[in-house]
Write a protein that binds this ligand. Sequence first.
Ligand SMILES: [Zn+2]
Length: 345
Amino acid sequence: MTTIMHPRLAATLVSLAVAGSLLVAPVAFATDMGADVDYDLVFPVDGEHHFSDTFWAGRSHGFHVGQDIMADKMTPVVAAADGVVRLVNWTAEPHMNPSRCCTLVIRHDDGWESWYIHLDNDTTGTDDGKGWGIKRAITPGVRVVAGQHIAWVGDSGNAEGTAPHLHYELRNPDGVVVNAYSSLVVAGGNDVGSGPRDPLVGGSRVLKSGVDGADVRVLQNLLDGLGYDLGRIDGFFGSKTDAAVRRFQSSVGMTVDGLVGRETKTALSGLSRGSADSEVLLIGSRGDPVRELQRGLNDLGFDAGRADGVFGPITLRAVLEFQRANSLWVDGLVGPRTRAALLVK
Ligand SMILES: [Zn+2]
C-alpha cells in the first residue's frame, strides 16, 4: 500500500517548484521537517471536510507542524495506510489512559507513521469530554488496513473550543514530520487552499551560503532548470550554489550578493514559470500537455474547444470555470492543484 520512496516524489517536487528536470535524493529529502513528499495514502477523513496547507502556519505556540483537516464532530476517521496501532492516548499500555483521550499513532508497514490528534472525546451532541472517539477495537498492537474506520473527528486536547478537526501528521521512519499536504490532495481531499503553493517563494527565510534544507533543494532545482551547473542537487547551499545564484543575479541585473531573499526568489520563480519545460500550463502554452488538458476539460463538460494543443482564450475560460467549480484558486494557471483536481474527477 505504501512505499518509502515513492516514484512520484520527484514529480511532485517538479510541479511544486515549477521547475524543469529534477534529480532528487529522496532519502535525504524526506528527513527535512516539512519536506513535501508524495506518499501513497487513503484520505484519513471519510466524510465532508475541507483543508488548506496549514504546515508552518502560525500558532500561539509557534509554527504548526502537520495538517488540519476541518470536519464536523463524529465524522469517521480512517487509517491512512496499512499498519499497527502503536499508541492510543500516547501509551502502548492496555489501559490507554482515558484522561488523555483522544489520540492515535499508527505505524505503517514501511516504518512511516500517521498521527491522528484531537479525536472526539465527547458524548455525542455535547462538549462534555466524557466520550471515547476511538473505536473500541483499536488498541495498541492491533493491525489496521488502509481505509479502515478507526475513530471520529473531535476537538480534544488543545483544540477544545476550536472548530473540530483532525490534526494529521505524517512522519517518516526517522520520526520527522513531513508535509503531507500534496499527498492529501492526491488522495482526493477537498483542498480549499488560498493559492498556488510555492515552497521557495512561500518560504520566508533568506537562503545563503551554508544553509541547507528542502527550500535549498527547490532553489537548486530552479537554477538547474535554468541551465546553471550546480554539481549535485543535495539541498546544501555550497560554493557552487552560491556561484550560480550570483551569476543569476548578475544576469537579471539584481544586486549580486548571493543572498536569496524574496526578490531573488520571485525573479527565479517567474523565470522558471516561463521556461519551456515548465510544469505549469497557461495561456500561450502549446503541445501535448495542453492537448491532454483540453481533452480532460472537455470530458468533464468544461468546453475547452478543439483539443489542438494550443492554450488559447477558450481553453482559458474552461480552466477558470473548472477552477471556480472546484474551489481552486481561480488564476487560469494549470499547476499541481488544478492538475490534481482534474485527475481525481
Ligand atoms: Zn493541527
